[in-house]
Ligand binder design. Structure first.
Ligand code: SDX
Length: 429
C-alpha cells in the first residue's frame, strides 16, 4: 500500500478530507473512503460501477484493452495450452501444478464426483418441467444438509474438502437436473473419464450401452468450462463474497452465486442469445433487431453484447468464436444458420455508430451457445453449464476472503423516503 493521498473538499465541511490511495500490481489506484462515515458522508455508486469491494490476487481484467489474466496467465494461453482442472488448481492455489500436484488434484476430484444417494430422492420433489437452474440452485443449497464435515469455515481442511466437493459434484448435479427433465435414469460418474468427458457421459449416456464420447466434443466442453472459470468481482462472485462475509457455509454461498448468475443480464444471457438468434431466424431480419436494440423505447437488447468492464472485445468471446468454427468444422457442420446469423449480427453491430460509440462488443455469452448447441446441450442447460465452470471461481474468491481478514458486507444508502411522521389511527385515515 503506498502513502498517496486524495483530498476531498466538501461544501459545508470546513476541513478538506484527506483519504488514503492504494496502488495494486495492475489496474487503477483505489481511494479508501472508509473515513468518510466519521465525516457524516457515504459514497454513492449504484451498480458498483466505480467501487472496488475487496483486494484480490486471483483474476485481473483490463476492460479497455480486452485483457483477462488468471493468476497472471492470459486466458488465451490457458485456453490453448491448459485444461479446466489444471486451471482450477491455478485459481485455487495461485500456481500451475507440477505433474504430481496435478495428478493428486485430479484423483481427489474423482473421489468426490458422486452425490449422497439420499440426494437423488431430492429431485423427485421437482416438476419434470422445472428449469434446470431452479433444480441446481436448490440441490446445491441442500448439500449443506448432507456434508456436515465441510461446514466449519474457520477450518482450512473443511474449506478444502468443500472446494473439492463442489468442483467434483457440480457436473454430476447438472447432468442429473437434465436427466430428470427428460425422464431418463441418472448416470453415475465414471472416474476413468476426464472431467468434461465424464460430464457428457452423465448427460448423454444411458445404462443400456457404453458411452462413446467424441474427443472433439469433450475438448470443446472442457474449453467452455475453462473460459467460464472466473471473472473477478462480477455479480455472482460478489454475491458469493457477500453471503460468505456473514459466515454462511460454502454450499449456501455457492447456491447464492448460482441464483445471481441466473439473470439474463449475467449468466442467463447465453440462453437468451440462442433464443434471440432463433427469434431473428434469418440474416434478412438482423437490421430490424439492431434497430430495436438501439431504440430507447424498446426494452430489447442484443443479448451477448456489451459488458460492464470490457469496452473492447471480451477475450473469451474471441476464443469462443474460434472454438465454434473448429467444433462445427470438425463435426462437418459447414453452414450452421444460427452461426451465420451470429457472425453477420456481429459484423453489422460492430460497424454501427451506436455500438461503436457505446463500446458494445460480443461478450463471453455471444458464441458459447453455438458451441453448446453443436455439442447437443439443450438451451435450458446453458446457464447451468456456466455455473459448473464458474464454481471454481466462486470457491476461489470465497476461500481468499475467508482465509484472510474480512468483515460482514453491509452497504449503506441514500435515503429519499419520508422523514419522521406520527402514526395515524385507522378511523382517522
Ligand atoms: C456476463 O461482470 C462480468 O464479468 C459478467 C460476465 C462474467 O464472466 O461473470 O462477463 C458474464 O454476465 C456477460 C454479460 C452478459 N449479458 C448480456 O449479454 C446481456 C446484454 N448486455 C447488457 O444487458 C449490458 O451490456 C450489461 C448488463 C452486460 C452491462 O450493463 P451495464 O454495464 O450496466 O451497461 P448499461 O446497461 O448501463 O449500458 C450502457 C449503455 C446503455 O445505453 P445508455 O443508457 O447509456 O443510452 O449501452 C446500452 C445501454 O442501453 N447497452 C446496450 C446493450 N448493452 C448496453 N444496448 C443494446 N444492446 C445491448 N446488449
Amino acid at each position: 500500500m503506498s502513502d498517496q493521498k486524495a483530498t476531498l473538499k466538501v461544501d459545508g465541511i470546513d476541513e478538506p478530507i484527506v483519504l488514503p490511495v492504494y496502488s495494486g500490481s495492475l489496474g487503477p489506484d483505489v481511494v479508501d473512503v472508509g473515513g468518510l462515515t466519521s465525516k457524516g458522508l457515504f459514497t454513492y455508486d449504484p451498480g458498483f460501477v466505480s467501487t472496488a469491494a475487496c483486494e484480490s490476487q486471483i483474476t485481473f481484467i483490463n476492460g479497455a484493452e480486452g485483457i483477462l489474466l488468471h493468476r497472471g496467465y492470459p486466458i488465451d494461453q490457458l485456453a490453448e495450452q491448459s485444461n479446466y482442472l489444471e486451471t482450477c488448481y491455478l485459481l485455487l492455489y495461485g500456481e500451475l501444478p507440477t505433474v504430481a500436484q496435478r495428478d493428486n488434484f485430479v484423483s481427489t476430484v474423482h473421489r468426490h464426483t458422486m452425490v449422497n444417494e439420499q440426494l437423488r430422492t431430492f429431485f423427485n420433489g421437482f416438476r419434470r418441467d422445472a428449469h434446470p437452474m431452479a433444480i441446481v440452485c436448490g440441490v446445491v443449497g441442500a448439500l449443506s444438509a448432507f456434508y456436515h464435515d465441510s461446514l466449519e469455515i474457520s477450518d482450512e481442511h473443511h474449506r478444502q474438502i468443500a472446494a473439492f466437493r463442489l468442483i467434483a459434484k457440480m457436473p454430476t448435479i447438472a447432468a442429473m437436473s437434465y436427466k430428470y427433465s427428460v425422464g431418463q435414469p441418472f448416470m453415475y460418474p465414471d472416474n476413468n473419464l476426464g472431467y468434461a468427458e465424464n460430464f457428457l457421459h452423465m448427460m448423454f449416456g444411458n445404462p443400456c450401452e457404453p458411452s462413446n464420447i467424441s474427443p472433439v466434443l469433450a475438448r470443446a466442453m472442457d474449453r467452455i468450462f475453462l473460459l467460464h472459470a472466473d471473472h473477478e468481482q462480477n455479480a455472482s462472485t460478489s454475491t458469493v463474497r457477500l453471503a460468505g462475509s456473514s459466515g454462511a457455509n460454502p454450499f449456501a454461498c455457492i447456491a447464492a452465486g448460482i441464483a445471481a448468475l441466473w439473470g439474463p443480464s449475467h449468466g442467463g444471457a447465453n440462453e437468451a442469445v440462442l433464443d434471440m438468434l432463433q427469434e431473428i431466424g434469418d440474416v434478412s431480419n438482423i437490421d430490424e433487431f439492431v434497430a430495436r436494440a438501439k431504440d430507447k423505447n424498446d426494452p430489447f437488447r442484443l443479448m451477448g453484447f456489451g459488458h460492464r468492464v470490457y469496452k473492447n472485445f471480451d477475450p473469451r468471446a474471441s476464443v469462443m468464436k474460434k472454438t465454434a468454427d473448429e467444433v462445427l468444422a470438425e463435426l462437418g457442420i459447414d453452414n450452421d444458420p444460427l452461426l451465420d446469423i451470429a457472425k453477420r449480427l456481429e459484423e453489422i453491430a460492430l460497424s454501427d455508430d451506436y455500438f461503436i460509440e457505446k463500446k458494445l462488443y460480443p461478450n463471453v455469452d455471444f458464441y458459447s451457445g453455438i458451441i453448446l448447441k453443436a455439442i447437443g446441450i439443450p438451451t435450458s442447460m446453458f446457464t447451468v453449464i456456466f455455473a459448473v465452470g464458474r464454481t471454481v471461481g466462486w470457491i476461489a474468491h470465497w476461500n481468499e476472503m475467508i482465509s484472510g481478514t474480512y468483515r460482514i458486507g453491509r452497504p449503506r444508502q441514500l435515503y429519499t423516503g419520508y422523514t419522521k411522521r406520527d402514526f395515524v389511527p385507522l378511523n382517522q385515515r
